[in-house]
Structure formats: structure tokens, C-alpha cells
Design a protein around this ligand. Structure first.
Ligand code: CA2
Length: 144
């Protein structure tokens, strides 16, 4: 049975590809899912990609990733990245490795994006490569 990598996406990422393409690119979340599934197949992995606008769903899915023995989690928590102690605590509470992912590079943007509660708990961060950030994070997860 192949191992599963959870790919969890936070608020507003369901709108990807529809607005602000100059910041986030023109790929949709479905496009990213397809790209990850293609590479995962080559790596002998499975992708479970989800999106929610609700913080608690992301917390529950982090717990679930550990409960099902997922190989790792790629987490783009969207704006919750910069606000959520609950996500920070959930990442700390599980042994499953969590890789923080961002399309843009938050450090080159507004000051309120420079702090990451997710990054302070995550194993690694990949940011600024657009959709490729997810693929690079999958490569990292596959070698854990
Ligand atoms: O660069 C990233 O991946 C972010 O996590 C995206 C978040 C932002 O709050 C973080 O600072 C960095 C925002 C996601 C919003 O996605 C949209 C997609 C299309 C149109 C509008 C927003």
C-alpha cells in the first residue's frame, strides 16, 4: 500500500487562478492537485489534497494525518499562517512531518506576513516558487 501525503490548503485558496494572478499565478488548486498526483505516482505516493476556509478543519486534518499514518503534510495555511496559534500547537502535537508551503514569498510582502506561526512549528518551509512550491515540498516529503 502506498503512503499518503496530505496537502492541506487554507482560506481563499479555493479562489486560486481566478484573481490576483500577478501574486499567485493562474493555476487553480485543481491544476496543482493534478501536477502533484502525476509526480506522486512516479514517487509511489498518494496525494490527499483538501481546502477549507475554516481553521478548525485544518486542525482536525492535521490530527487525522497522524492518525492514518500519513507520510507527511504539505500545509499552505493561507492567512492563518500569520495568526493561528491553534495550527502551531497542532503541528507541534503530531509527529507527522509538516512542510509549510507558500505560493508567494511572504517575506517580500507586507510586514504582517513576516511572522509565521506555522513556520515556527514546521519541519521546513518552501515559498515563492508559485505552484512549483508544492512540487518542491512533495520532493522533500518523499525523501523524509
Ligand atoms: O503565498 C501564499 O501561498 C499565501 O499562503 C497565500 C495567502 C496569504 O495570506 C499568505 O500570506 C501567503 C492568501 C491566499 C489567498 O488566495 C487567493 C487566491 C486567489 C485570489 C485571492 C486570494
Amino acid at each position: 500500500m502506498s503512503e499518503t501525503v496530505y496537502v492541506l490548503n487554507g482560506p481563499n485558496l479555493n479562489l486560486l487562478g481566478t484573481r490576483e494572478p500577478e501574486i499567485y499565478g493562474s493555476a487553480t488548486l485543481d491544476d496543482i492537485a493534478g501536477m502533484l498526483e502525476d509526480r506522486a505516482r512516479e514517487l509511489g505516493l498518494e496525494i490527499d489534497l483538501r481546502q477549507s476556509n475554516h481553521e478548525g478543519h485544518l486542525v482536525d486534518w492535521l490530527h487525522e494525518a497522524q492518525a492514518v499514518g500519513a507520510k507527511g503534510v504539505l500545509l499552505n495555511a493561507g492567512a492563518f499562517t500569520h495568526t493561528s496559534v491553534a495550527l502551531h500547537d497542532a503541528i507541534k502535537a503530531i509527529r507527522t512531518p509538516v512542510i509549510e508551503v507558500h505560493l508567494s514569498n511572504p517575506h517580500t510582502r507586507e510586514a504582517f506576513r513576516h511572522k509565521s506561526y506555522v513556520g515556527m512549528a514546521a519541519k521546513a518551509t518552501i515559498a515563492g516558487f508559485g505552484p512549483l512550491s508544492y512540487l518542491l515540498a512533495l520532493e522533500g516529503a518523499s525523501r523524509l
